[in-house]
Design a protein around this ligand. Structure first.
Ligand code: RAM
Length: 946
């Protein structure tokens, strides 16, 4: 290429990057790109980018049309928003012509910038309307009752049903959709090809109230003439084994919603000549059992390849010997709705890292990473040979696979070969395991890393955060947090992915919800789960222990610290994504919960000792898995009451409900007053009536005794601002003193660990927060990393050198995200990224620089980024003896308050200039150790001399 030509190219490039105005990209509808939705007034969003500093959108225009041709430069037949002034680029409610089922909406948007210059139209995006009413479902529930073939109480399910049908498609197909759901789990194939790439469809709900469906575009898969429809079903959450019901000897251990998995599907075809045709599930479908002998979420799958029906999912298969399906009655009030969440998918594949032969002839494959998912098996053996795969998170010291902590979950996949000389490849369809190691039995030859491939399963929540430092332990910790989130956000937020539990524990979910938003875009994930929460709400207004809530144990009801998830999760989604619809749609549920609290407090606005003695365990779970004397659960319940009232006040304001706003502000004040009166000595020191708890029988770890003066009390009192501002510093000192008394070691459990470091930071003890954060000694986050963990443990002492895996038989998960809630401090304090207004439209970047000289293994460099609904925020600092550099990126359309860590303006340089001489940024104030500047979009480089 000639030099002058290069120059021209370079000039074009330079010109393009300076393009005038703003261009919208990443167009989404209901948080998804080009989705199918049955939300009739869906919300639209886009993102803007510009190289220019201080750029904002001053107006926008949206066009929506029913076809690409109707979407012209100027108008559209469904909605022309006209030029709308303002900054919003998200949560914009479609306000055009009413939408009908099956409508496809084509849309684009353009924005005006700060100079009033209009940018180019975005690329065209679409969304499609699903089936808006249950009455549009023509298909029947069909299935095959194989229940008599199960082995009942011995924990073995019946074989999984196979269903099929051939249909005739006329010439001139224009558009075809498959709408499909199941009670149980389904996989649907058209001419042998799987529809979509989602797993565990249609997801877990309270099936008596609602079930979700998926929509697939099968226009390209159908052909004119005969086509084969084939579906495999499994028992899943609907009919399979659930949670710890067997462990606790619950009278029901499986089939909580129904015994037989059933399918409902509808294929709608539009022909070019304007006619249409619908095929749906009915009596004419054929059914059989086949190679999938057993299939259960907790127990795994057994597949006998010799029993395969060759080409059963393709045209021409002879199904004369197959049975006719049975048609199952519907429940009149069960809703069928479009799946609102992100689909569960294979989000990554992993290769085997190490292989060890065991003396018993088995082989252990190590993936080097604890994760949730399945493996793909590739083998060549003789027909009838059996390969058995068992899954575990850890190995015993002697190298054996550790499975005791799976409790009653068999977590075993079995493959029986058909003896194909070319080799056989198999993967399960309707199960998942939590594991790092796989023990394989039955391989005859030398084990080969290609034998297994790890398929990571999880709800497909886009990655939005990153966190990197020069400290290897911290980097590993961050990786562990994200992996644990991925392993547990599988359709619902589970507590753990491996043992006989895997339910949507509300306490875990509420302590971690905010942390989750720093790592992944969880907006639609919670849109789905908050419905499960509301569906699970008790008559009396309490939110359940887990959602959805099958009755896994007779005594399971609700617990303070857990039930508040119904308020806290929608609140965190509102803060992260400015989503007010979740609030308005759940408002009556949330108010009912607040009524419940009020009634329980018997007009006193505080929960005194013993207020929750009627639930099991007494008082609820309290500061679950803490060390040392227990924080009174009723004190924590009272704190949560005030906190929920605060969040309700803010959320009432967000949806413009003045009356409730006043009500909850009053409640919050009344609770605080009553709490301080009852639980403090009047001078800000917390206490309780220890005698009221007797010998502690019936309470979690009640034998350890109770005191109000604990780390967990002060951490929460500061975090939830229970105490008066004037008493904050003292509370911080109490907290620091309690830590010191404990050898500077934390003793906090599920409810205390999350607020611990934020509370220290908020009261001037950032150094101590760092010391705890960087500690590698037991108990600490670093201790887990030091012990080789690749995920977050359930307990601080899930493993210790002295005691090994001492809790295995009872409860010992190595993939439990609750303690990963330290993530909130990592992003909010260490990197200092804090939303002021919802969606980070206005935010603070106030990094806490790690103290120097703490140890060689401190943090000298940190870079964190967060992709918000407004775009990417970056906070990056690095420090050495002579200077500190601090670089931030502020997204377009936002306002940042940047706290530059410096004690005077004179010491700060912005780029090459003194900050004081800079016209770009305005110093707006200072705070101990920080100079505050206000900034619009752009990247800013600060240097601070010490
Ligand atoms: C355990 C769960 C969960 C916790 C409850 C109280 O069984 O794993 O993490 O919330 O108990």
């Amino acid at each position: 290429m000639k030099p002058h030509f290069l120059l021209i190219l370079f000039c074009i490039g330079a010109f393009e990057s300076k393009a005038v105005g703003l261009t919208a990209r990443y167009l989404r509808c209901e948080y998804k790109e080009n989705p199918v939705t049955d939300v009739t007034n869906p919300r639209l969003s886009w993102e803007l980018a510009s190289d220019e500093r201080n750029q904002v959108q001053t107006a926008y225009q949206i066009l929506v049309a029913s076809s690409r041709d109707d979407l012209t430069e100027r108008d559209a037949n469904l909605w022309n928003s006209g030029k709308v002034g303002g900054r919003p680029t998200y949560q914009i409610v479609y306000n055009g012509k009413p939408l009908k089922s099956r409508d496809i909406c084509y849309w684009k948007v353009r924005s005006w910038d700060k100079n009033g210059v209009v940018g180019a139209w975005s690329e065209v995006s679409t969304w499609e309307m699903g089936l808006l009413s249950t009455s549009e479902w023509k298909g029947q529930w069909i299935g095959l009752d194989l229940d008599h073939l199960g082995k009942g109480k011995t924990y073995h399910l019946p074989p999984a049903p196979y269903l099929r049908k051939e249909i005739f498609v006329k010439k001139g197909l224009k558009k075809a959709r498959l709408y499909v759901t199941a009670l149980g789990l389904y996989e649907f194939k058209v001419n042998g090809q799987k529809a979509g790439d989602a797993y565990l469809t249609p997801g877990w709900t309270d099936y008596d109230k609602r079930v979700y469906y998926q929509t697939y575009d099968i226009t390209g898969t159908l052909k004119s003439g005969v086509n084969a429809l084939a579906s495999q079903l499994s028992y899943g959450w609907y009919a399979g084994y659930l949670g710890y019901s067997l462990l606790v000897q619950n009278p029901v251990v499986r089939a909580f919603y129904g015994k037989v998995p059933v399918l409902k599907a509808q294929i709608e075809i539009q022909y070019a000549d304007g006619t249409s045709e619908t095929f749906s599930t009915d009596q004419s479908w054929k059914a059989n059992q086949g190679a999938l002998l057993e299939s259960d979420l907790l127990n795994g799958e057994t597949y006998d390849a010799r029993l395969e029906h060759q080409n059963w999912d393709k045209v021409g298969f002879d199904d004369k010997s197959w049975k006719n399906v049975e048609v199952f009655a519907d429940k009149a009030d069960r809703k069928i709705q479009g799946y609102p969440g992100p689909p569960v998918k294979v989000t990554q594949t992993l290769n085997v890292k190490a292989i060890t032969a065991r003396p018993d002839g088995s082989t252990i494959f190590d993936f080097g990473q604890n994760f949730a998912g399945i493996v793909r098996l590739k083998v060549k053996e003789r027909a009838g040979d059996t390969i058995r795969l068992r899954f575990g998170e850890k190995l015993h010291p002697d190298g054996r696979l550790m499975t005791e902590n799976l409790r009653m979950a068999r977590a075993t996949d079995t493959y029986i070969l058909k003896g194909d000389p070319a080799g056989e490849t198999w993967e399960p369809k309707f199960t998942f395991h939590g594991f790092q190691y796989v023990e394989v039995k039955g391989l005859s030859g030398k084990a080969d890393p290609e034998t297994l491939t790890g398929l990571v399963l999880g709800s497909d929540t886009p990655k939005v955060g990153s966190f990197e430092t020069d400290n290897a332990m911290v980097n590993q910790l961050y990786s562990n947090i994200d992996w644990t989130q991925r392993a547990n956000y599988i359709d619902i937020p589970t507590d753990c992915p491996q043992r006989d539990e895997r339910v949507g524990w509300t306490g875990d979910a509420q302590v971690y919800a905010k942390s989750a938003t720093f790592n992944r875009d969880v907006a639609s994930f919670f849109t789905k789960w908050v419905v499960d929460l509301n569906d699970g709400q008790y008559e009396n207004g309490a939110y359940p222990l887990y959602a959805p809530r099958p009755n896994l144990r007779k005594t399971d009801t609700f617990s303070p610290g857990w039930m508040e998830a119904g308020i806290i999760c929608p609140y965190q989604i509102y803060r992260a994504y400015a989503d007010t619809r979740m609030i308005s749609e759940g408002w009556t549920h949330m108010v009912r919960f607040m009524d419940f609290l009020e009634k329980r407090s018997k007009g006193g606005f505080v929960f005194k000792e013993g207020a929750f003695d009627d639930i099991d365990p007494k008082g609820g779970f309290g500061d679950w898995l803490s060390f040392g004397k227990k924080t009174p659960p009723d004190l924590l319940a009272s704190f949560y009451y005030a906190y929920c009232a605060d969040l309700m006040t803010e959320m009432a304001d967000a949806i413009g409900n003045e009356k409730d706003k006043k009500r909850f502000a009053d409640t919050a004040a009344a609770v605080r007053k009553a709490v301080l009166e009852h639980y403090t000595d009047g001078e800000g020191r917390f206490k309780c009536d220890e005698k009221a708890y007797g010998n502690g029988a019936g309470y979690v770890d009640g034998a350890l005794g109770f005191t109000g003066h604990t780390q967990t009390t002060y951490a929460n009192a500061i975090y939830m601002q229970i105490i008066k501002p004037a008493d904050m510093a003292q509370a911080g000192n109490f907290l620091a003193a309690l830590l010191k008394e404990n050898g500077n070691k934390l003793g906090t459990g599920f409810l205390g660990a999350k607020p611990l470091l934020p509370a220290l930071s908020a009261t001037g003890h950032s150094d101590l927060a760092y010391q705890l954060f960087l500690s590698k000694e037991f108990p600490s986050w670093g201790f887990e990393v030091e012990n080789g963990s690749t995920t977050i443990w359930e307990r601080w002492d899930s493993f210790t050198k002295e005691d090994g895996f001492k809790y295995n038989a009872a409860m010992n998960s190595f993939s439990h995200y609750a303690f990963g809630a330290v993530c909130e401090w990592m992003f909010g304090n260490a990197a200092g990224i804090q939303a002021i207004t919802p969606g980070f439209a206005e935010f603070r970047i106030r990094p806490e620089i790690a103290p120097k000289g703490m140890s060689k293994e401190g943090i000298g460099k940190l870079k964190a980024s967060l992709h918000t609904v407004n775009g990417q925020i970056v906070s990056e600092w690095s420090t050495n003896e002579s200077k500190l550099t601090f670089k931030v990126t502020v997204p377009i359309n936002t306002l940042a308050h940047i706290y530059v860590p410096a004690d005077s303006v004179a010491k700060i340089q912005l780029g090459n200039k003194n900050l004081s001489a800079s016209k770009e940024l305005k110093v707006t104030g200072s705070e101990q150790g920080y100079v505050i500047v206000k900034a619009g979009s752009g990247t800013y480089d600060f240097k601070v001399s010490h």
